[in-house]
Write a protein that binds this ligand. Sequence first.
Ligand code: ASP
Length: 343
Amino acid sequence: MSRSLSRRDLLAAGAAVGLTGITPVGRAQTSPNRGMPVAVSSGNGLRATAKAMELLRAKADGLDAAIAGVNIVEEDPNDMSVGYGGLPNERGVVELDSCVMHGPSYKAGAVAALQNIKTPSRVAKVVMDRTDHILLVGAGALEFARMHGFEEANLLTDAARKAWVKWKESLSKEDDYEEPPSGGAQDAPRPTGTITCLTLNEKFELSGVTTTSGLAYKIPGRVGDSPIIGAGLYVDNEVGAAGSTGRGEAVILSSGSRIVVENMRHGMTPEEACLDVLRRICRYTVDPKLLRAPERPNFEVNFYAVNKKGEFGGARIYKGGTFAVHDGTTNAMRPLAYLYERP
Ligand code: ASP
């Protein structure tokens, strides 16, 4: 299949950029590193990129390397946005979402609203390897994990339980709970967070994983973008890989990671590809309760991407974030490009 750009593609890409009239103020973050493996992750992923690179150098499969990277964060009780220690749903139950995608075999697996298993990314990989399906949810996903010998654990750490109790006690002055002694949490932003890890190996094969405990204190059963192929993750072995963190509903609505990859197919750098989808999200957000001002959402979305050539990039709506990259030589945090200064 030809990967060259048609005139129509070029015009469409140019129009998409021109229409918004927004000039990205973030610095370019792409950096070609031909022939070297690359691992790209979210701001909480520096240990993940280090681990993934160790395995890529040892010629491990790219997806196994990415999963081993995020497992460190899934199993870390101190990261309250992923796996064990993640913040629970509104009933105090930790529900985890994850998906994986393997470029060379064009296969994917996912689990959503999975309870009691510290490493949902590994269960997602087994869904990919051992079923004819892509996504298992809730009780069925847990039963499947048990069937494959995954150990069950209470995922609610004391710190996460205390944060949940504070949130619950702060919800209303009309209920029978006293206000928390340390003061209410009504105005505090709902904590969010997720980890994504994308890899490119020496054979130029792409893979990725995204894993999360999702939106803190969510309605039980709420599923965000993280286990949805095309939203929280997408890998096309001919083009590139992309993953996301942040408001899952906006990423699902925009088919975010899939469009980032399509943008790269049509010639954008990874960073431009991420910024383009963020612009669309800003334009299409019209619900007043989600806006600070026209085209200025009151939430954050981050995209991370790597292409087949080993160029990488990441971007978010508002200035301020970083992402982790091991470029084959150095493992470091890099600033995310962005659309707007924070108001
Ligand atoms: N994307 C995740 C979700 O919506 C949350 C996050 O990354 O903050 O479930």
